[in-house]
Structure formats: structure tokens, C-alpha cells
Ligand binder design. Structure first.
Ligand SMILES: Cc1cc2nc3c(=O)[nH]c(=O)nc-3n(C[C@H](O)[C@H](O)[C@H](O)COP(=O)(O)O)c2cc1C
Length: 434
């Protein structure tokens, strides 16, 4: 059986699934239930200085749903914990004592001055927690007070605060990054320069979920006024994965451990983040939508997958997909694919034809012998994959790779095998960094 236990910065947990800092980790009662259900660790809801913040009463969470009412994304305008610091610290201490085999990370956000960080760190150490996570990511409410993403958007501040934390605590320091920036490598590099032991990402993305057109007010609203929130859930996974991969393949942050966050709902999502370089993964929305027991499917799914593929440990599969993530100009332009329609399973809905005709390459015939019948016109098909993406019947349209030497009817030339090994080919301008 594969070993799914994780050792991240020396912090052991029975599996790589941690709950992200958010409502599911705000209280002893929640975290105890989470550990009973099997979560490997938690990042406690972000602590701040007393007096605690005051949250709005009214919609704090709003969902974006698919037509079959699945949650695609969640928008929230919640702040950090609104409970007294001492209450949280006492609960953290009790939970860590009761669950010594689980990872207990404490998320922190205090004003951007050395004294504030110096004061809070010993209090956290005293709880017996395994590490701290610096919340440089919350995009609303706290950022207007000069904290959260207001720090995470300025690499110099990230480096400075991280360095203070490394100076005043012996606990491992994880820097949680905001996605509300242009190039995620800059804050990651700053975290490393400040001495961070790891980065975690992503926090939530600035968002307005909608407008109530009857009342002509932003939705959700607090007594008629709204404010942008933080976007998370399955919709943000592709954004998070790109940012994780950017850091994983950046030579300047090579080897910096990563805890992946953003839309993780199934074991597959987690396995993808691990393949892109993450040592642990964190989950918030999926737990808020489905409850804590989803971790059981995540563990068994990951374990079965690893058994099937022969991976003995998380470390063995970590980062395996990273070398395949390249800059666009490193791609092999001599690789050629064409769409193929399986006539046995085609339901003749014609969607592939309509979109190809209207928006792409006019490469799907609609009629044969006077009958409704859809077939690829290889002389026009560029292999763009739009028909595969919109076909409602799985595996009915697939892509076929043309073999070297095979005639490409579109170009009228045989497919060249010359650049088969493009990443190391001398004509590739990027080969030195490939
Ligand atoms: C209601 C809510 C509250 C959150 N509060 C915090 C917080 O206090 N500190 C923090 O670092 N992140 C906070 N987050 C962000 C999550 O930890 C996580 O980074 C984000 O939701 C992306 O993960 P997901 O797609 O699995 O939800 C919050 C998210 C939600 C939905």
C-alpha cells in the first residue's frame, strides 16, 4: 500500500490534506470534528491582535452555481477571526495536545510593525503548534487596514515581515501568497529572501459575484451596499495551479516547499497539485460545501491511484509534471493533430459543426449524401480542440496525432519528424533554459 503520510518542513501528518485557514478551522469544535473525520492537519483561522475585528451580519458567503446547482465558486467578505486572541490560543493548545499526530499550523495577521509580530509569536509557540502561516493574502477588509494582500502585493514588505518572523520564532514559517498580483514569482522570491521555509497559495481572488438587477444593487449587499469579496472554489483551481507551477519551475525559488490551495475538491485535484510540486494541499470551499468527511474519499482515492501507478510516497510523485510546463515559445510547432469523430457514438447534435463553422476553422462537414452527418475536413482542421471541448458525448471527438512523414492535408506537406525532440533541438531559441 502506498504511504500517503506527509512530512512538510519536518511537520508530520497522516495524509497531505490540510484544512485551509477559514471558517472550518475557526474553533475547537470544528477542528476536533475535522480531525475525527480524518484531516491530516489544519491551518487555524487567521489570528489577529485584540480587540477582535467585527464582521458584517448579512450575507458573508455567496455562490456561483452551475445550471445543475453545483457550487463552482464561492465569494466571501469575511475577515480574520472575530474571537478574542486568548480564546483561540487556549483552544489551539488543547486541540494540539489531544491530536499530536496532526499538523497544527496557526495563521497570523497583525499590523506591519516589528513589535506586533514580536509580541504575538511567543504566544503562538506556547500553544505547541507546529508552524505558522503568514496571511499576506486576504483581499478585503484587512487590506484596507494595511494588512493581508496590502502586504502580499509589495515584495519588500513580504521579505521584511518574513524576516521578523524568522528572527522571533523557531517555528517553521509558511508565507501565504495573494493571487491579486501580476507575477506570482516576485512575492515568492521575496518570501524566500526573507527566509520563509515554504509558501502556500492561493488565497482568494478579488471578485464581485453579481448585481441584483431588480434593485440595481451589488449582490450580495450589506443593507444595500456591497464590497468586493474573495473568490475561491473549483473555478479558481486553474489559476492556482498556474501560479504553483510558476513558482515550482522558477530557478530563483527552486526547492522552496509549496502547500497548494485553490479549488481542491477531489483526490484528483490534490494529485495534480502534488504533481505540480506541492508537498501538502489545503482545502476550504469543498469542506464548506460537502462537509468534513470528503477527506475520506480524498485519502482512499489518492492511495488507490498511487498503488495503481506504483508511487510509494507523496515525495515520489511530487513535482513530476513540473518539467513539462514550458514557455509558449518552447512548444513544438511541428507536432500536428487532427480531430476524429466516432460515428458510432455521435448523436448528430451538430454543436461541433456550428462552433467550428462560426468561430474556428470551418473544418467539420455537416452533410453527407444529403443526410445530416458530421465529419472532419482534415484539409482545414488545425487541431484546435474546440470540438472536443464542446461535444456533449464524452470521447466521441478525440484528437489523433499525425505520425512523422504523414501528409498534413492542411499544409500539403508531410509532418516533419525533424523537431520531434523540440525542447533540446538546436533551432529552439529557448533550449538553454528548457
Ligand atoms: C469564508 C472564507 C474565509 C476565509 N478566511 C481566511 C482567513 O481567515 N485566512 C486565510 O489565510 N485565508 C482565508 N480564506 C481563504 C482560504 O484559506 C483559501 O485560501 C481559499 O478559500 C482558496 O481555497 P479553496 O478554493 O479550497 O476555498 C477564507 C476563505 C473563505 C471562503
Amino acid at each position: 500500500m502506498a504511504d500517503i503520510s506527509s512530512k512538510f518542513l519536518g511537520i508530520k501528518s497522516p495524509n497531505p490534506f490540510w484544512l485551509a485557514s477559514a471558517p472550518p478551522t475557526d474553533k475547537e469544535i470544528n477542528v476536533t470534528r475535522a480531525f475525527e473525520a480524518g484531516w491530516g492537519g489544519v491551518v487555524w483561522k487567521t489570528l489577529g491582535e485584540d480587540p477582535p475585528v467585527v464582521n458584517v451580519s448579512g450575507p458573508r458567503y455567496t455562490t456561483l452555481m452551475s445550471q445543475d446547482r453545483r457550487v463552482i465558486a464561492l465569494n466571501n467578505i469575511e475577515l480574520i477571526t472575530d474571537r478574542p486572541l486568548r480564546t483561540n490560543l487556549e483552544e489551539i493548545k488543547r486541540v494540539k495536545r489531544a491530536w499530536p499526530d496532526r499538523a497544527m499550523i496557526v495563521s497570523l495577521m497583525v499590523p506591519c510593525n516589528e513589535e506586533s509580530w514580536k509580541n504575538i509569536l511567543p504566544l503562538v509557540e506556547d500553544t505547541g503548534a507546529d508552524g505558522i502561516e503568514l496571511n499576506f493574502g486576504c483581499p478585503h477588509g484587512m487590506s484596507e487596514r494595511g494588512m493581508g494582500s496590502a502586504v502580499g502585493q509589495v515584495p519588500e514588505y513580504i521579505q521584511m515581515v518574513t524576516a521578523w518572523c524568522k528572527q522571533y520564532t523557531r517555528l517553521p514559517v509558511i508565507v501565504k501568497l495573494t493571487p491579486n498580483i501580476t507575477d506570482v514569482r516576485m512575492p515568492a522570491r521575496a518570501a524566500k529572501a526573507g527566509g520563509a521555509d515554504a509558501v502556500s497559495l492561493i488565497n482568494t481572488i478579488n471578485s464581485i459575484i453579481g448585481v441584483d438587477l431588480d434593485r440595481m444593487i451589488m449582490n450580495p449587499s450589506t443593507d444595500g451596499w456591497g464590497s468586493h469579496g474573495g473568490y475561491c472554489g473549483p473555478a479558481v483551481k486553474p489559476i492556482a495551479q498556474n501560479m504553483v507551477a510558476e513558482i515550482a519551475r522558477d530557478a530563483a525559488t527552486a526547492g522552496l516547499p509549496i502547500s497548494g490551495i485553490g479549488g481542491i475538491t477531489t483526490w484528483r485535484d490534490a494529485a495534480e497539485f502534488i504533481a505540480l510540486g506541492c508537498g501538502t494541499v489545503q482545502v476550504c470551499t469543498a469542506a464548506m460545501v460537502y462537509g468534513f468527511k470528503i477527506v475520506q474519499d480524498m485519502c482512499s482515492g489518492l492511495s488507490n491511484f498511487m498503488d495503481e501507478k506504483g508511487y510509494k510516497s507523496i515525495d515520489e510523485m511530487r513535482g513530476l509534471a513540473v518539467p513539462t510546463v514550458k514557455n509558449w515559445n518552447q512548444l513544438n510547432l511541428n507536432h500536428t493533430e487532427k480531430a476524429v469523430i466516432n460515428q458510432d457514438s455521435c448523436i448528430q447534435c451538430g454543436r461541433c459543426h456550428v462552433v467550428c463553422e462560426d468561430t474556428s476553422h470551418q473544418a467539420i462537414f455537416a452533410v453527407k449524401d444529403g443526410q445530416r452527418h458530421f465529419e472532419i475536413n482534415e484539409a482545414e482542421c488545425v487541431g484546435c480542440n474546440l470540438c472536443v471541448s464542446i461535444c456533449p458525448v464524452p470521447d466521441t471527438i478525440t484528437m489523433r496525432k499525425l505520425a512523422p512523414g504523414e501528409m498534413d492535408l492542411r499544409t500539403g506537406k508531410p509532418v516533419s519528424g525533424e523537431y520531434a525532440n523540440w525542447t533540446t533541438h538546436p533551432n529552439n531559441p529557448m533550449r538553454s533554459t528548457a
